[in-house]
Design a protein. Sequence first.
Length: 278
Amino acid sequence: MSAFEDFRIYELIVILYALSLIMYFYDFVKQDRKANQMAFWLLLLVWFLQTIFLFGNIYVTGQLPVFSIMEGLYFYAWLILLVSIVINYFYKVDFLVFVINVVGFIVMIIFLVSHLTNSETSIGVQFIGEMLLAHIILAFLAYTLYTLSFAFSVLYLFQFNMLKKKKWGQTLKRLGRLGQMENLSYLLMVLSTPLLFISLILGIIWAYSTNDLFYWLDAKTIGSFIVLVIYSIILYRKATRQSVGRDYAFSNTIAFSILFLNYFLFTLLSDFHFKLGG
């Protein structure tokens, strides 16, 4: 295969890996076995593609590719994926599998950045640019879903207040059921959180792969991780039934207010993100 074809397959591996992480996260929070099975088959496909590249390299070079840092990263990512597949198939420890594959995904991205940027073609530059684009698109997609989740929570609180004051009417009927709004808000938050997490991973690796200075103490970076942690806590409390109904809806509105503050205010305070145009 040509370098360009290899590049496209690497991109496919990253996309499938990211989809698998989203499915595992969804299963972990919602306990959906169909999502778990889909995540497992996606992982298996990723491992199969990785194996083709690994043994193709062994066939060409005649040795196991572990004698350089870059080759070692790929072999390490391949082993992590193999271990997670075995654990998932025999032991069904879902959270452990999710954490292991987060590490494997990060290692795989680092390998691709190192491998493609060290090549003598323009493919490395293209990959870095596409990684930045993916970081931005996933972040905006997560923000959009969080906004919809927030909207359902606001409607929930509005209807809850009307019911509490016993204000019956046509408006109340058109709002829908409280349980339906809560479930839709929760579902959107479940989908948003892994998207934001993957976006942050891509953004940080992209920053380190360029010549631009990246600071962990950057206001936007810190704010984004705070937002991620807050939403993760809300999801955990909701999944364990510690936060339901009005309490969940109110927590969601607070979280969205912090997200809104992070996007507009912290971007202005961020030298790194302000230079990128947000």
